[in-house]
Write a protein that binds this ligand. Sequence first.
Ligand SMILES: [Zn+2]
Ligand SMILES: [Zn+2]
Length: 383
Amino acid sequence: MSEKRDYYEVLGLSRGASKEEIRTSYRSLARKYHPDKNPDDPEAESRFKELSEAFAILSDDDERRKYDTFGHNSPGGSPFGPGGFQGVNISIDDLFGGDLGGIFSQFFRTSTANRRVKGSDLMVRHSVPFQAIMDGSEDEIEFDALRVCSDCEGEGSKDPSSVRSCPACDGRGRVERVERIGPFTQRVVSDCPSCDGGGRIIQDPCSGCNGLGRATQNKKVRFSVPPGVSNGVRLRMRGHGESSRNHGGESGDLYIEIEVENHEWFERDGSDLLMALPIGFADLLLGTSIQIPHLDGDLLNVKIPAGSNPGDTISIPGRGLPGQGMRGRGEVSVVLKLDIPDKISRADKKRISEMHDILGTNTEIIDDKIREEARRRRGSRRR
Ligand SMILES: [Zn+2]
Ligand SMILES: [Zn+2]
């Protein structure tokens, strides 16, 4: 499936667009792509669905806020379900006059009534040290969430035996009515206004939760960060979100978004590690071996061959980060840099000048040197 387009882009609007702009833009684009005006044109039809979905979300305050925060990756998933928006029948007359908002708010009210049984999903951000990519980590987070009240165990009442069933909805929490939406009639299910969807009437409310059955509580969750974890990954902790506001209903989920802290010298490229190593001129010329403390606990041994140049890369396979799945570890790539001392003493300056014949630039063969350098550069780029 192709990448889902930004809702604002679909409607040709900017993020700050007003409700009126959203409505006007939808109305004119939807008229243009309406299936009645474009019979047997699947492209217009999918454009029309896309427009209607964008409008449905952006014209609903709650859904728009969620979209502005999470984009298409809302933690609870799309309100249209995994299959995406399937379209409602909107007659072309509805796009003129008519109460546009009404068409879609019906749509949401039906779907939220079904969803509301489950508690809301929550998201927290959690940062881990770079080392966690190598080893994984066992962590704990603490956060406040609406959970089942511990004083009344969610009953909402001081005395559970005094709770009555709501007479307006027979304790079902939902009421049904039939409504006309444009040319259609639809059965609309919504929360019972008398009991606010709970199905119960509480006579002596619990003081811990004011009768709501839920109260903000501090909660601790332990979880594992897997080795090889990527920045921005969301771990899903089923049932650790908000408790349902219906007594006994399913709790929402908690999403933990992992932020990996920077390392002091390594950059990450998938399962490979990149770093720059400043080396003195004499060591580049004569070759040497350098040990650096490494993430895996063993020293990283970087062998610099004699005659190395600044910019050369040394690859150390098998010492990078663990790959995803069963793949082995990546490599460490070390780019050599020339380390020029900031200051040298007068005596050292004299000694280096004495070696100038060996170490300095030989102006007689400079053309050859320039050509050779150009050849090397092109050669290394082709690799
Ligand atoms: Zn009721
Ligand atoms: Zn309580």
